[in-house]
Design a protein around this ligand. Sequence first.
Ligand code: IPM
Ligand code: MG
Length: 337
Amino acid sequence: MAAAAQKFNFKVETTEFDFGGERYKRTGETLPDSAVADLRRFDAILLGAIGHPDVAPGILEKGILLKARFELDQYINLRPVRLYPGVQTPLKDKGPDEIDYVVVRENTGDIYTGTGGFSMKGTPQEVAVQSAVYTRFQVDRCLKYAFEYARQHGKKIRGKGRENTLGLVGKTNVLTYVYNLWERAFHEMGKSHYPEIRRDYYHVDACCMWMVKNPEWFDVLVTGNMFGDIITDLGAITQGGMGIAAGGNINPEGVSMFEPIGGSAPKYTGQGVINPLAAICAMAMMLEILGEQQAADAVEEAVKYHTAHSLKSMAAGRMGYSTSQVGDLVAQHVADH
Ligand code: IPM
Ligand code: MG
């Protein structure tokens, strides 16, 4: 980021916060309300991977990541699935031309709202309910973002002409309330406001097959929170895995937060072997949102250059370089080009 700022002549002021597992162990605090208020004053947030071996699953996830997403109303989770040159994909016969699409995951609704509960807990008759909740408002604002995104960024070439497409990923055959709402809203909005954008629909299970077999079909996909969570891990492995996959939690009217989409990998703590490209790509997405498009492009180009020419693998410990060396390579490339 510093290299990009210097090269493209803008200033970045950063403040570091130590929210995460270590702080939680020390103070019992995850992300206090006062911190959320602090965070609102920033132009953007770059979140490191969180997770700690001594903290029970769910505490940091709910207390920090989900709290920030919900409180800051980051209602879009934007996850590009883009295979960079030189990066190994487990998909046979697919390359950067085929694996190049974006998932727009709704980020504040669905099963993630925590609506539900137990009754008769601990008895053999125990009941657990967790509801998928969507309001028309949530669906519409997410779809609007996705259509706008497809209008600006869509680029797939189908048949002879160029055509921007938006695919809705749902489960209209079973989730006949929630995804019926999504489907109606999708077609209504598309017909009335985005007639030039082709609308596709995929059931989520079939979508998983196509993401493996025909990823080149996709341009922009939009889906609910839970399906979006699942399919973007599948997408991530097709683009080289957690070492490279980045995403943005976006509030188009507020403060957005960018992150490598994998959690932390505590077994590598302190060894300098983790791939920093996912965090660097998240930073590039952040520059784009901050209006520094040229700088964002330059960082992405630098990443691509080094995936193609330098790194031996995206996997921790197998890059052929240490974490900071990879960072230096990217920064140097940004400075020199
Ligand atoms: C993600 C993660 C989170 C999610 C977890 C850590 C709460 O899997 O960002 O995809 O489910 O959204
Ligand atoms: Mg996930």
